[in-house]
Design a protein around this ligand. Structure first.
Ligand SMILES: NC(=O)C1=CN([C@@H]2O[C@H](COP(=O)(O)OP(=O)(O)OC[C@H]3O[C@@H](n4cnc5c(N)ncnc54)[C@H](O)[C@@H]3O)[C@@H](O)[C@H]2O)C=CC1
Ligand SMILES: O=C(CO)COP(=O)(O)O
Length: 328
């Protein structure tokens, strides 16, 4: 199987950076943007100042506002925020091009992972997940980046990896679709927690403890949903956790920073154009964990902070006062 033309659905920071990567060899890429001003800026100025400022885009990227235009593409990278995935897939004309799911989140209400939503529109062998430590502005600038590319069908996964790989963009293959997406969804919530630690001035020991114990929560939840530990310990889990738990370039970390400084979630989330997925994922992850009998105290703490039902110091005190136990 060989994949030529690529369509990208969603022209936020990440969709635009992925379009830029896919077009790096001069191959045409069609980018669907929801905003007419983004379509115009990409086509007229080869730029997306709204979502990925400062990155001159390849002229091989053409933008469209019509999802139907993507019908002829060999593969579609789906890069809308998680809560909009279902709506966008439902609006796509029917087809069998593989879907590469790039959003990091869990659907509110249904508790479904992205691949579980996509299963309503494609067979398992045409669903892939691309995830890992990937700040869009760094990928847009061509800085070295590695990702997990997971697909149950190894030949489809290999064809996608061959098409998307660049000297500075290195996909590692996996067949663990669920593991790749749980890593990305859970790390966003943990990045909020690490931002709180920073904002409240709790120190670097606390942040390292939170990354380790947060990773333990990710593994417990992932295994309950059928993920492999090795996937969660890889780029899509631990790799992305380390990235977003240590940088204000992360929107989720920055949201936590504000919470730690005493601002309310409502204030911090008001009028945002960009997405902090962890804020949507936290409550649904908390519910899903409870339903599966998985203990996720850090995730529960983030939920309480986002919902305004607890203060930072109370959440920290409660986490530290948990009964002493074995690490493993
Ligand atoms: N920005 C990054 O560095 C990375 C982002 N991601 C993930 O990619 C996904 C997209 O994030 P970004 O590109 O950063 O978004 P963004 O925050 O840059 O932009 C928001 C996006 O949401 C879209 N949007 C808003 N309302 C919508 C609706 N009703 N229907 C469809 N789309 C709508 C906008 O058109 C825009 O594309 C998220 O799940 C994020 O976690 C993954 C890796 C890196
Ligand atoms: O997922 C990301 C990097 O891998 C981007 O993180 P934020 O959404 O927190 O900015």
């Amino acid at each position: 199987m060989s994949i030529g033309s690529i369509g990208v659905i969603g022209a936020g920071a990440w969709g635009t950076a992925l379009a830029q990567t896919a077009a790096a060899g001069g191959e045409p890429v069609l980018l669907w943007a929801r905003e007419a001003e983004v379509v115009a800026a990409v086509n007229d100025d080869h730029a997306n100042p709204l979502f990925l400022p400062g990155v001159p885009l390849s002229p091989a990227i053409r933008a469209t506002g019509a999802l139907a235009d993507l019908s002829a593409c060999d593969a579609l990278l789906v890069v809308t925020p998680a809560q909009h995935l279902r709506g966008v897939l439902a609006a796509l004309p029917p087809g069998d091009a593989p879907l590469v799911l790039c959003a990091k989140g869990i659907e509110a209400g249904s508790g479904r992972l992205m691949s579980e939503i996509a299963a309503d529109f494609r067979g398992d062998d045409a669903i892939a997940v691309l995830s890992g430590p990937t700040f869009a502005h760094e990928v847009g600038a061509g800085l070295p980046t590695a990702v997990t590319l997971a697909c149950a069908d190894e030949s489809v996964g290999a064809a996608l990896a061959a098409r998307l790989a660049r000297p500075g963009f290195r996909p590692y293959l996996s067949t663990d679709v669920i593991g790749a997406e749980i890593g990305g969804a859970v790390k966003n919530v943990l990045a909020i927690a690490c931002g709180v630690v920073e904002g409240r001035g709790l120190g670097q020991n606390a942040r390292a403890a939170l990354i380790s114990r947060g990773f333990a929560e990710m593994v417990r939840f992932g295994r309950a949903r059928g993920a492999r530990t090795e996937t969660l310990a890889g780029l899509a889990g631990l790799g992305d956790l380390v990235l977003t738990c240590s940088s204000t370039s992360s929107r989720n970390f920055s949201l936590g920073l504000g919470l730690g400084q005493g601002r309310s979630a409502a204030d911090l989330l008001a009028d945002r154009r960009t997405v902090a997925e962890g804020a949507f994922t936290a409550p649904v992850l908390h519910e899903a964990a409870a339903a599966a009998g998985v203990d996720m105290p850090i995730v529960a703490g983030v939920c309480a902070l986002l919902g305004g039902s607890a203060a930072v110091d109370d959440v920290v005190e409660a986490l530290l006062a948990r009964p002493l136990t074995y690490e493993g």
